[in-house]
Design a protein around this ligand. Structure first.
Ligand code: ZN
Ligand code: ZN
Length: 409
């Protein structure tokens, strides 16, 4: 298939399988400026599916850098609240949301750490109303990606830009199953496979997961009444959608106060324009009490200092080491892909859907069950071909779940 055909298939997959956009529904898209060709195709498919209005907000790397270069020093504690309030209002009014990832993973490397931390905090605070509707699964939403020159260069640093772009696009199409004969049917089968896994795990009612691997010795308590999810799911607006393309994970809510031990990252994490690598943290009763990183330590410290919940876990996900994304051998420097190549954990906000009947419970009830609250939600990878994971039953007995990174159930 030509690039043009693949791009069109991918756009259609995002609208049909990713969002499952409904007739009459509005769509809000965020995208990097370099993603214009993909956005146009998504927009066409959205209108063909009956969208009433598609609105795209573009981000431009050069303009972002200009702020750090030229904006007054005192102006890094603000964020466009009006914009995020507007997005939240659109979601409450029934709009769906498509995020197209493709940012330069190291865009803000070398920028003033203080300015970065202040800007990120202000942004997280302003984004809260919209994030709550996303993590609460109020609407159908989806994240996909577009290859951009800066991102492609960071993934394939040794080849010319044009070739790097082509290789990254091929990898995106392959990982997203957009290059198969019938992508939509393939995704239905994939969702059925993930559902079998979540049904098994939900049946076991584990109290905790125990991790052992190089540099990792962790007992991770699960929230009471936790619920494993994976693949597509039904949002509160009644629309069945696939929130991530690709997705290979099954995930649930850790108990925010019951995580103990040490854990090391196994892949770099790209967070708000900084690459963070070689993370090693120690948890005590759910909280990170010690932290080092070989690269980007300041950025990681800023992240976990955002608020109380940013130093605790909001998600735990299991992904086999043999996942197609892992098998590609590519380190994407982008969480949408890297989190689907390895088991991971996320600091920050937990997902309401990961607690049984979560959307019907009050914030206090959710917290009492162990669900975490924060302005941030950031996944980082801890899985590898050397990681063993056990499920710990209520009576304390251990059952092997993964050996050397692969499912044994
Ligand atoms: Zn995840
Ligand atoms: Zn996550």
């Amino acid at each position: 298939m030509t690039h043009e055909r693949l791009l069109d298939t991918y756009a259609k997959l995002a609208v049909r399988t990713g969002l499952n956009l409904q007739p009459g529904q509005q769509l809000v898209i965020t995208a990097p400026l370099d993603a214009v060709p993909l956005v146009r195709r998504v927009t066409e498919h959205a209108y063909r599916s009956g969208a009433s209005l598609v609105t795209t907000l573009y981000a431009d790397d050069e303009s972002t850098l200009a702020r750090y270069r030229l904006a007054p020093d005192g102006a890094f504690d603000i964020a466009p609240d009006w914009l995020f309030n507007g997005m939240a209002e659109a979601f409450r009014g029934g709009a769906a949301r498509l995020a197209i990832a493709g940012e330069n993973p190291a865009l803000l490397a070398g920028q003033d750490a203080g300015k970065l931390s202040r800007a990120n905090k202000a942004r997280s605070r302003a984004y809260r109303p919209a994030l709550e509707l996303i993590t609460g699964f109020a609407i159908n939403w989806c994240v996909i990606a577009a290859a951009t020159p800066a991102w492609a260069k960071s993934v394939f640093p040794r080849v010319p830009e044009e070739q790097a772009m082509e290789q990254l696009w091929q990898a995106i199409f392959a990982c997203s199953k957009a290059d198969v004969a019938d992508p939509i049917a393939t995704w239905e089968q994939h969702n059925a496979d993930l559902r079998r896994r979540t049904e098994f795990l939900n049946g076991r009612r584990y109290r905790a997961l125990k991790y052992k691997g190089p540099g990792t010795d962790l007992m991770l308590g699960l929230a009471d009444e936790h619920s494993w999810k994976g693949g597509g799911g039904k949002a509160l607006n009644g629309v069945f959608c696939n929130a991530n393309i690709p997705t290979e994970e099954v995930f649930t809510a850790p108990h925010k106060d019951m995580v103990d031990g040490t854990v090391c990252s196994s892949k770099p994490l790209s967070y708000q324009g900084s690459l963070i690598d070689g993370i090693r943290v120690r948890f005590e009763r759910g909280r990170i009490v010690e932290m080092t990183a070989e690269k980007g330590q300041d950025a990681f410290r800023n992240l976990i200092d955002t608020d109380e919940g940013a130093a605790r876990l909001g998600e735990v996900a299991l992904v086999p080491h043999s996942s197609p994304i892992s098998k590609s051998g590519i380190i994407f420097n982008n969480t949408l892909f890297d989190e689907n190549a390895a088991s991971h954990i996320a600091v920050g906000q937990s997902y309401t859907e990961n607690i049984r009947d979560g959307s019907k419970r009050s914030k206090e009830e959710l917290a009492a069950l162990g669900a975490n609250t924060s302005l941030v939600h950031v996944d980082w990878m801890i899985g590898s071909g050397e990681l063993d994971v056990d499920g710990i039953a209520a009576d304390g007995s251990a059952e092997p779940l993964m050996r050397k990174g692969e499912w044994v159930i």
